[in-house]
Design a protein. Structure first.
Length: 202
């Protein structure tokens, strides 16, 4: 073990919620790359992988064969489905890869709705215009955009965030359709459907 007095040493590649770190510090020696504004530099990642027992990384961290070959870790924990980790290389080295596949599904669905509404209602354009001093009037049609209420939402590929997004469509009065062939578990619990006509109308 690489920590002080035989404690497990954990390296976290970027700050994460404090409660999680507090719990972890009760059981291990924890080092965190403290910069919120950029991913951990490659050289720091390689160095820390070579001196830590556990690597806790995020989606934007590329844990490829080079990192794994230089690693002395026994565990790589990722807050994703593991798409950013060379799992085959880790397996050859006997390193366990632990994943949390749908950690941010709801948050991603929230942002998808935010983007959809912003585009439909021209929120960003109107904001930029207002900041430059343009105010066409409270009931002007200049940035009215298009309605979302009553429209059909179409999605191709029912992933985790798509399932959450579809469950929220009723609050906006939207219809919905989806095509999915990936066997995502939400599909077994809810009745999804799609007709060619509805997908064309979305």
């Amino acid at each position: 073990m690489g920590g002080r007095r035989g404690r497990v040493r954990v390296f976290v590649t970027q700050p994460v919620p404090g409660a999680a770190l507090d719990r972890l510090r009760n059981a291990a020696e924890v080092a965190v790359y403290e910069d919120w504004e950029r991913p951990v530099p490659r050289e720091v990642l390689l160095e820390e992988a070579g001196r830590s027992d556990v690597l806790w990384c995020l989606l934007h961290d590329r844990i490829d064969g080079e990192v794994i070959e230089r690693s002395r870790c026994r565990l790589i924990a990722v807050t994703t489905s593991g798409v950013n980790v060379d799992v085959a290389a880790a397996t050859r080295r006997g390193i366990v890869v632990a994943t949390v596949p749908y950690l941010v599904a709801e948050a991603t669905a929230d942002l998808q709705w935010a983007l959809l509404l912003a585009v439909a209602r021209r929120v960003v354009e109107a904001d930029r215009a207002l900041r430059t001093g343009m105010f066409p009037g409270a009931q002007s049609q200049r940035f009215v955009g298009g309605e979302v209420h009553g429209k059909t939402l179409g999605t191709i590929g029912l992933g985790a965030s798509d399932g959450r997004r579809c469950t929220g469509r009723g609050a906006l009065g939207c219809g919905w359709c989806t095509r999915s062939g990936n066997g995502f578990p939400w599909r077994r619990r809810r009745r999804w459907g799609c007709s060619t006509g509805r997908c064309r109308s979305s």
